[in-house]
Design a protein around this ligand. Structure first.
Ligand code: ATP
Length: 472
């Protein structure tokens, strides 16, 4: 069996050739697209293994020329540009498989064997080109696995269950599946099932008819119906009350919903993506989550690893968020390699969300445009207790915290008031918002300040009240 390998990095080409030869292939190697096309013009191969960035062009963009010559030849794509966008572009060519670099060489060899032996090995090709990917960033092997899982569910309506700690990016993954998938022209409706009072959840999800219960003064269209033609994202599914779980299961089994107080069975045309930060198996064992619902939802599981287990991603995420902060009007900052390294060693128990908030704060408060270790350390010390390490706010009274802060931070003369206020307001507002579950009106009342003043300061401090609503 013969394979054509298109790879311009000689050291990688040598390793792949050896592994494929061990699998019994004879390997022809070339390093340009022009040479690829010339060789394919001469004869067919059992499989084509190709890099993306080649000296004379893009291996994905030009794949149609190879395919025109040998329509049934399976194609395996290798890429060093490990973005979701490349994964999607590669899969969209109908490639048999996509391997982000670095990859497991034995897995590649096994895959090529499988591809060569499998005439039906193509995945279906999308009819329309896909738009730019969502800003879902990550270069760790764990995130590459997530990208590959995402590409597998774009051309079907399989139910996806996204599992992972709070702040790992579950909602962003759900949005990416929607926006890159077949249903991108329909609505994306997200429901936080834990935030809806138990007695309202059925009416929220399935809708109700006028007069169905006291207070049902008009017909209400539920989230399932609102998501028709699109995607329904059921967040925090592990916290859904039992009765609502039963209704949800029934809807998924029958493929229909009925509004509370209604008779009509309405056909569902909604892709379901569910997410939870709870480990569902103990919930099932404790009788708090229906096992049959779990199996219904867990068709394609996607595991979002905690940020501490993929520290390779921290630097790219930090630079990505600095860029975002600048686009949103905060000062444009650069991170020194040492500062990036320090960030990569932090535990980030609040995961990407905590890192994102931290980076926005850094962009706001740093003294220089180039952020070095000296700018990061004092802010790390202020991270809320329970997420990062204990901070100055833990020790003693406010006066001693301020004197400690002045000695550590040493703010430039003329900036002390503004910087001290920011340093004090941030943990204060965070604490009060946490207490009020993100309710700004109640937070403003508790603080004894005007609601508009609070809203303005929250936005200046890059504090998102939504975040406290979710965690409450
Ligand atoms: N890989 C990533 N690239 C870029 N931004 C990310 C990534 N992962 C998460 N984020 C950002 O981090 C924040 C938290 O992500 P998200 O809300 O998706 O987490 P979650 O797992 O759904 O959290 P929760 O369980 O609390 O609902 C969001 O602002 C999101 O845009």
């Amino acid at each position: 069996m013969s394979v054509l390998l298109v790879e311009d990095d000689m050291s990688i080409a040598i390793v792949i050739t050896a592994a494929l030869e061990d699998e019994g292939f004879s390997v022809t190697h070339c390093d340009t697209i022009a040479e690829r096309d010339r060789l394919l013009g001469e004869r067919g191969y059992e499989a084509l293994v190709t890099d993306v960035m080649l000296p004379d062009g893009d291996g994905i963009e030009t794949i149609d020329r190879a395919r025109a010559l040998h329509p049934d030849m399976p194609i395996v794509i290798l890429s060093a540009q490990n973005t979701l966008d490349t994964a999607v572009r590669a899969t969209d060519t109908g490639a048999f498989e996509y391997f982000p670099k670095p990859f497991d060489i034995d897995e590649l060899a096994r895959t090529v064997r499988q591809a060569a032996g499998n005439a039906q090995g193509k995945v279906s090709r999308g009819d329309e080109p896909l738009g730019d990917g969502l800003p879902l960033v990550g270069r760790s092997p764990a995130m590459q696995t997530v990208f590959r899982m995402i590409t597998r569910v774009l051309r079907n309506d399989l139910t996806v269950l996204i599992l992972g700690e709070s702040g790992t990016g579950k909602e962003l993954v759900a949005e990416a599946i929607h926006q890159l998938g077949n249903r991108r022209n329909g609505p994306f409706i997200a429901v936080n099932t834990a935030a809806i009072p138990a007695e309202l959840i059925e009416s929220e999800l399935f809708g109700h008819e006028k007069g169905a219960f006291t207070g049902a003064v008009a017909r209400h269209v539920g989230k399932f119906e609102q998501a028709a033609g699109g995607t329904l994202f059921l967040d925090e599914i592990g916290d859904m009350p039992m009765q609502a779980q039963t209704r949800l299961l029934r809807a998924l089994q029958s493929g229909t919903v009925r509004r509370v107080g209604g008779r009509e069975e309405i056909r569902l045309d909604t892709r379901i993506i569910a997410a939870t930060n709870k480990d569902l198996e103990p919930e099932i064992a404790a009788g708090r989550f229906r096992e049959d619902l779990y199996y219904r939802l867990n068709v394609v599981p996607i595991h979002m690893p905690p940020l501490r287990d993929r520290s390779d991603d921290i630097e790219v995420l930090a630079r990505h968020f600095l860029q975002h902060a600048a686009n949103e009007g905060l000062p444009r900052r650069q991170l020194t390699p040492e500062a990036a390294e320090l960030l990569s060693r932090q535990p980030w128990r609040g995961n990407v969300r905590e890192l994102k908030n931290f980076i926005y704060r850094l962009a706001l408060l740093a003294r220089e445009d180039t952020i070095d270790v000296d700018s990061v350390v004092p802010l790390l010390a202020q991270e809320p207790v329970g997420t990062q390490q204990a901070g100055v706010q833990e020790g003693g009274d406010i006066a001693s915290a301020i004197s400690h802060w002045l000695s550590v931070e040493r703010p430039a003369s003329g900036t002390i008031y503004e910087r001290a206020m920011a340093a004090v307001e941030r943990p204060l507002f965070a604490e009060v918002l946490r207490d009020t579950g993100g309710n700004q009106l109640r937070a403003a009342q508790a603080l004894g300040i005007n609601r508009n003043t609070l809203r303005k300061r929250l936005s200046e401090l890059a504090l998102d009240p939504e975040e406290f609503a979710r965690r409450s």
